[in-house]
Design a protein around this ligand. Structure first.
Ligand code: COA
Length: 258
């Protein structure tokens, strides 16, 4: 029985909530394990087409790694924690669209978790930053790599070296988030987006994700080759036949994910 997360289903959408609001949803060992396990389950759940990841309460998405766990921890112990199944890799490798619904503080490991998702939708109250430098450490959940790829070296370097916290509008300007909505509309707008994506072919969504992700992992030539293979793979699906037939018959496609 999970103690630090909540899981709810809304049709084809799953909402995975990190549930430690009194600690601003800071990631401790149990939370990391439970989120990774939940993603494993959701990956195999045929009913679920899109997952939304968020934080409980009104104040935080995730305010970072649980700093209490850092005190007194040795380098060897810390390495073992970080080498265990990574929540960031689990999110990045998750084959279905994963949307971070950012309802408040999105700091340190929280920002890195959002960066590991496919889309980031923020409340106008959200705040972003990589404040690890203030603790005498650096981002260790992919922040130096994913933030740099997403917003460019200059701005990533500035956020990481200063530890400064930026508001949602600035995060939007930096292209750190896809959209910003008034706090009260965040859930509705995020669900609207999730439902729009959930109507598409799950097969094509997985191929599209893999193709886009390969842009950051490979050379252009390798990425273009991967795209052709993934495009061609879509031709093995019933969904491709349904999509093409529906267009020709001037009706809405009904994708089954096969
Ligand atoms: N790890 C552990 N506990 C955390 C935490 C974290 N990353 N972030 C917040 N909390 C806890 C606080 O210790 C506090 O617990 P307490 O009530 O038992 O004392 C509770 O969450 C509420 O936080 P508080 O600091 O009182 O809220 P605030 O509104 O005054 O400040 C922040 C909000 C986000 C600015 C502040 O909590 C903060 O700086 N957190 C750390 C952010 C960080 O450095 N993250 C990167 C970690 S590598």
């Amino acid at each position: 029985m999970a103690e630090t997360i909540l899981l709810e289903q809304q049709g084809r959408i799953a909402i995975l909530t990190i549930n430690r609001p009194d600690k601003l949803n800071a990631l401790n060992i149990a939370t990391r394990r439970e989120v990774a396990e939940a993603l494993d389950e959701l990956r195999d759940d045929k009913e679920i087409r899109v997952v939304i990841l968020t934080g409980a309460g009104d104040k935080a998405f995730v305010a970072g790694a649980d700093i209490n766990e850092f005190a007194g921890r040795t380098a060897v112990e810390q390495r073992a924690v970080m080498k265990a199944k990574s929540i960031f890799t689990a999110a990045e490798d998750f084959p279905k669209p994963l949307i971070a619904m950012i309802n408040g503080f999105c700091l340190g490991g929280g920002c890195e978790l959002a960066l590991s998702c496919d889309l980031r939708i923020a409340s106008d109250r959200a705040r972003f930053g990589q404040p690890e430098i203030n603790l005498g450490i650096i981002p260790g959940g992919g922040g130096t790599q994913r933030l740099t790829r997403l917003i460019g070296e200059g701005k990533a370097m500035q956020l990481i070296l200063t530890g400064e916290i930026v508001d949602a509008q600035e995060a939007y300007r930096l292209r750190l988030v896809n959209e910003v909505y008034p706090h009260a509309e965040l859930r509705e707008k995020t669900l609207e987006l999730a439902n729009k994506i959930a109507e598409k072919s799950p097969v094509a969504l997985a191929m599209a994700k893999a193709a886009v992700k390969s842009a950051a992992r490979t050379t252009l030539r390798e990425g273009l080759d991967a795209e052709i293979d993934l495009f061609a793979l879509c031709f093995s699906s019933e969904d491709k036949e349904e999509g093409v037939r529906a267009f020709l018959e001037k009706r809405k496609p009904d994708f089954k994910g096969r």
